[in-house]
Design a protein around this ligand. Structure first.
Ligand SMILES: [Fe+2]
Length: 388
């Protein structure tokens, strides 16, 4: 069938993929099926070559739905445009969160912070629907916005992805996301300070850290947050099931599972994020710490589920291929298949003019050989790497 056929609506709302809707090096905006309903390629898959492009134009049917945040879930109450580029959307959400938490900090009830944070939470859920891999990539590689708010957005994204794998109900997931976005509201200034500070904590910093779950709870409650699970997760997000956490030192089942998940995501993101005085931990080392140490603090089955969701090489990992190229992992392809890659440098370390998208399962030479021990600054933006 000719790819230039008129767009025909099929009985299941699928339409023929048309010339101009797909391009080599760019991700698909929808799942694409053949005429018999078999899935050809999933949403987010990056078209690697002309052969794939031609096949999709010849045989591909796509759904008519494209990405948009659900009705009523616009970012920033309609004051910021939602972009089809998830990295731009993440920046918008980060800026918006900074504004809302500033109001909570002032204990302002005038603008209904609970409603606004819930809107951001739904936008996080929509982002995970749209492009979970790009969201994970951002959690590992995005460093260009204010740390406290960026950390909260990325922790919320991690919580949502793992909570989905755990089949938690949407409303519980939303409470966890809202807690992730707001749990450090009492110490955002200190967080920004600490990310630059190589010296050990002083006494007043130590006190502020110990008190921030309780203070955050009080601020949120005072500004009208009434969701009990959200508030409970905020106050428990630094507790441990072995009783060694704070502020109350609760044990075992006294700590709700939602708070365990937030504690896990919070620690993982803090580990992989660089500070001004040190690089972020390599993903494989952070995952090992999650398995060995953090698992004791939040429960090993939750830690295992976290690792299962991310995989050995989560999107955002920088790796060396068998052929010596350096690449960024951009998409997972299930537990048994190697991920999709954006190659950034050849075997001599020379940067390519543009990222080369490769399927690590396609040829032996493209298989991942090792994690890159010191990747340094990337020569491309995340939008370029992910093909947006
Ligand atoms: Fe915290």
């Amino acid at each position: 069938m000719d790819g230039t056929d008129d767009q025909t609506v099929h009985q299941d709302d699928r339409v023929r993929v048309r010339q101009g809707e797909i391009a080599i090096g760019r991700p698909l905006s929808w799942d694409v099926y053949d005429d018999s309903g078999q899935l050809l390629l999933s949403k987010g898959y990056i078209i690697l070559n002309e052969r794939q492009q031609r096949r999709l134009l010849d045989e591909g049917l796509r759904s008519t739905a494209r990405f948009s945040l659900p009705s009523g879930h616009t970012v920033a109450d309609g004051t910021a445009e939602v972009s089809g580029n998830p990295f731009i959307t993440i920046d918008q959400l980060t800026m918006r969160l900074e504004g809302i938490l500033g109001l909570v900090h002032q204990r302002s009830t005038a603008v209904a912070p609970e409603r606004r944070i819930r809107k951001l939470g739904r936008a996080i859920q929509a982002l995970c629907d749209y492009d979970a891999d790009a969201s994970l990539g951002a959690a590992h590689l995005k460093h260009d916005t204010s740390y406290p708010f960026r950390h909260s957005i990325h922790t919320a994204l991690l919580c949502e992805l793992v909570a989905r794998r755990l089949n938690w109900p949407p409303l519980n997931r939303l409470s966890v996301i809202c807690a992730a976005l707001s749990c450090n509201v009492a110490m955002t200034e200190l967080q920004a300070e600490l990310v630059e500070q190589a010296e050990p904590l002083n006494d007043s910093q130590w006190d502020a850290i110990q008190l921030h779950p309780q203070r955050g709870y009080e601020m949120l409650h005072a500004t009208g947050v009434s969701d009990q699970l959200w508030l409970q997760v905020v106050i428990q997000h630094h507790e441990c099931i072995n009783g060694r956490g704070y502020p109350a030192g609760v044990r075992g089942d006294e700590m709700v599972p939602e708070a365990r998940l937030l504690g896990l995501a919070d620690r993982y993101h803090a580990m992989v994020t660089g500070r001004s005085y040190r690089n972020g931990m390599l993903v494989k080392n952070a995952l090992r710490r999650i398995f060995l140490d953090v698992g004791q603090e939040v429960g090993s089955s939750l830690a295992q589920m976290f690792i299962k969701e991310l995989g050995i090489y989560p999107p955002g990992s920088v790796v060396r291929l068998v052929n010596g190229e350096t690449a960024v992992v951009i998409r997972r392809k299930g537990e048994l298949a190697g991920p999709m890659l954006a190659c950034i440098a050849n075997s001599k370390g020379e940067h390519y003019a543009q990222p080369l998208h490769r399927d690590s399962s396609e040829q032996e030479q493209y298989a991942i050989g090792s994690v890159h021990p010191s990747p340094g600054p990337l020569p491309f933006s995340l939008s370029q790497l992910w093909g947006y």
